[in-house]
Design a protein around this ligand. Structure first.
Ligand code: FES
Length: 122
């Protein structure tokens, strides 16, 4: 039996498809502000920190997606990021990426690890 990722964030079916939600948790004394994006049966978890200036991406609670729901969009300067890997494809930080956390869906619950992924460069 594989060990679960340590942090339970929310149920996948609580999110619109596509949809997003901002969440916070504490692990080993460190606070994490993250957001979850649902796309079909997949969920992606990123730190709520834009690679352009470090600002949070949401312009209002739980609003992380572009109007067409095809991208994650930063509220500050409108950078667009791919949902599935967090790479910026338009805006002032094109080519940079959001910091992704390892995530999985277990029994309908989106879980993550506070460890960041190697491809995020952290
Ligand atoms: S802070 Fe996100 S695009 Fe500038």
């Amino acid at each position: 039996m594989t060990a679960s990722l340590p942090i339970a964030l929310c149920r996948l079916d609580e999110l619109a498809d596509p949809g997003s939600r901002g969440l916070s948790f504490t692990h080993d004394g460190r606070n994490y502000d993250v957001f979850v994006v649902r796309s079909g049966t997949s969920a992606y978890v990123y730190l709520n920190c834009c690679p352009h200036t470090g600002a949070p991406l949401d312009w209002m609670p739980d609003q992380f997606l572009s109007a067409d729901l095809h991208f994650i969009q930063c509220a500050m300067h409108a950078a667009l990021f791919r949902i599935d890997d967090g790479v910026c494809v338009a805006g002032p930080c094109t080519g940079d990426a959001l910091t992704r956390l390892p995530a999985a869906i277990e029994e309908g619950v989106v879980r993550c690890s506070p460890r960041t992924t190697p491809e995020a460069g952290v």
